[in-house]
Write a protein that binds this ligand. Structure first.
Ligand code: ADP
Ligand code: MG
Length: 557
């Protein structure tokens, strides 16, 4: 009898298992999608390891994933001939949740089953979804490169502990046996399983084999899925639904993508892009080191997840595939970092995504408004991070403004310029901690009186984006209304005279105030800024904008 060792799950895993068993009940089918996606990942990783270690010749065995069931034993089995796991890897990957976003995920659960199932897919806590239908899970795995008797058997009932023992497996890969719970036996049905596989896993690039129906007892099996590289198929052959299904397959996101781009580029470098913009921000949009959602393939073979070299940070919500024909299959991260092809692809993919967003803004402004709400804050980072595309990113920015009285950020620089007054050359903005504070600001009084629009910027990033980095847009200077010399609002000679007269009439008062504020204010003067408020504070031109200064103090900068 083999020696068996018991381990406890990390506390979070237990919590997750409980949640999953309860909240995923109406979406229990996704366990199959999750286990198949792991099998497919394992096959990709084995292929990559072999290429990168120049052991391609060992890859004689064709990759496969098998799904089967045993009605008598009440089990479903999912097996693959992928990379497998060594003992330490099993402990590391299956007993703990290493990723920093775990608590984020748990907090993100809404209690809405559909939304939660979606979240689970994106978060990739997929393996544990097995316990939604299984009361006991047995996993036997053999790491490629290790001997047949160095396989590992993992077993758990999902109640807080798991056990490990030594095992044997004829070839590298992983077999997972699910012992179904009472009441889940309707899954022990060939048609049902095929339907689930087709629904969720049609695009997996490896054949998913199942016994041919009616051939029980024989060895006949057939692939249930399409198993083709969708992005390599001509656009003309694909319909919207193909893209949606594929998007769901690679992201686990159940909602439809907002838009996508599919483009085959030929020239100095040949590559294919299939990129998606999601409708909703993924839960980990603000998680540092969240995993990237663009995958690099070389001649259809998965190579690796992007680690920031294919898509800039400010477009980190984009997911999809980049398939290059110019890179060697045994490409390493180091080679990628210095590859001209990668540099070229990144720059062109970035431009294409910005163009995609621009088109969306023009043709489907409502959709773009949804996009802006979800991703606008991230996109603003592009002003700082991507100097070469700054103009294009700036075209995509949207702000609240005094033009509309709503808090919706729907005004672009172009809209603003289109509404400029005769003779107005400057784009005016106000930085304020909130929309309410902005609209109540005395700095707006004169602008209101003259009907000159002011952009109201309320986000933390606006401080350094518009308040610092951007000096102008399309030749129009950006100017804070709370800073510098009085604005030129096209005052008439009469109005200007009025100001001078007021300055003379109140010369004593001004002198007195200056005296009182000595050392605290640079200057005290009568200006055209206000209509009803008696006074306001303005930052000197070369100084930091006063609202910016206040906010920086607030953030401890
Ligand atoms: P994710 O797939 O998002 O990483 P999962 O919970 O689905 O999360 O799987 C956890 C980890 O377990 C995987 O990252 C992988 O390292 C390992 N794993 C799961 N299934 C397999 C398998 N069939 N073959 C090899 N490794 C696997
Ligand atoms: Mg997974």
């Amino acid at each position: 009898q083999e020696e068996q060792e018991s381990f406890s799950f990390q506390a979070e895993v237990t919590q997750l298992l409980n949640l999953m068993a309860n909240s995923l009940y109406s979406n229990k089918e996704i366990f199959l999608r999750e286990l198949i996606s792991n099998a497919s990942d394992a096959i990709d990783r084995l292929r990559f390891e072999r290429f990168s270690q120049q052991r391609a010749e060992e890859n004689a065995e064709k990759p496969w994933i098998r799904v089967g069931f045993d009605a008598d034993a009440k089990t479903i089995t999912i097996a693959d001939n992928g990379i497998g796991m060594g003992r330490d890897e099993v402990i590391e990957n299956i007993g703990t949740i290493a990723r920093s976003g775990t608590m984020e995920f748990l907090r993100g659960l809404t209690g809405d089953q559909r939304a939660d199932a979606n979240l689970i897919g994106q978060f990739g806590v997929g393996f544990y979804s097995a316990f939604v239908v299984a009361e006991r899970v047995v996993l036997v795995t053999r790491r490629a490169g290790l001997d047949a008797d160095q396989a590992v058997r993992w077993e758990s009932d999902g109640a807080g502990e798991y056990s490990l023992s030594a095992a044997e497996r004829d070839e590298p890969g992983t077999t997972i046996v699910l012992h179904l719970r009472e009441g889940e036996t309707d899954l022990l049905n060939s048609f049902r399983l095929r339907t689930i596989v087709q629904r969720y896993s049609d695009h997996v690039g490896v054949p998913i084999l199942m016994p041919v129906e009616g051939s029980e007892g024989s060895e006949d099996e057939s692939a249930v899925n399409e198993a083709s590289a969708l992005w390599r198929r001509p656009k003309s052959e694909l319909v919207e639904k193909d893209y949606h299904d594929y998007y769901r397959h690679i992201t686990g996101d159940f909602s439809e993508p907002l838009t996508h781009l599919h483009s085959k580029v030929e020239g100095r470098y040949d590559y294919t892009l299939l990129l998606f913009v999601p409708s909703n921000a993924p839960y980990d949009l603000w998680v540092r080191d969240a995993r990237r959602k663009v995958r690099l393939h070389v001649q259809r073979v998965f190579i690796m997840d992007d680690d920031g070299q294919l898509m800039p940070d400010y477009l980190r919500f984009v997911s999809g595939i980049i398939d290059s024909s110019d890179l060697p299959l045994n490409v390493s991260r180091e080679i990628l970092q210095s590859s001209l092809a990668v540099e070229h692809i990144r720059s062109s993919a970035t431009k294409k995504v910005l163009k995609l967003l621009k088109d969306l803004a023009e043709k489907e402004p409502e959709k773009y408004a949804g996009f802006w709400k979800e991703f606008g804050t991230v996109l603003k980072e592009g002003i700082a991070d991507d100097y070469s595309n700054r103009q294009d990113v700036a075209e995509l920015l949207r702000f609240t403004s005094t033009h509309s009285s709503t808090e919706n950020a729907d005004v672009s620089f172009r809209d603003y310029i289109g509404r400029m007054k005769d003779g107005q050359d400057t784009i005016y903005y106000l930085l304020a901690p909130s929309f309410a504070a902005a609209t109540a600001s005395p700095h707006l009084e004169a602008f209101r009186a003259k009907g000159v629009e002011v952009l109201l910027l309320g986000e933390a990033v606006d401080n350094w984006v518009v308040g610092g980095l951007m000096q102008e847009f399309d030749g129009h200077r950006l100017q804070s209304v709370a800073q510098g010399a009085p604005p030129d609002l096209g005052d008439t000679a009469e109005e200007k005279e009025g100001i001078e007269e007021a300055a003379e009439a109140h010369a004593d008062l001004i002198a007195k105030v200056k005296e009182l504020l000595d050392g605290k204010a640079w200057d005290v003067r009568v200006t055209n800024r206000l209509t009803t408020s008696p006074a306001c504070i303005v930052a000197a031109e070369p100084d930091t904008d006063i609202n910016l200064a206040q906010r920086m103090r607030g953030t401890g900068l």
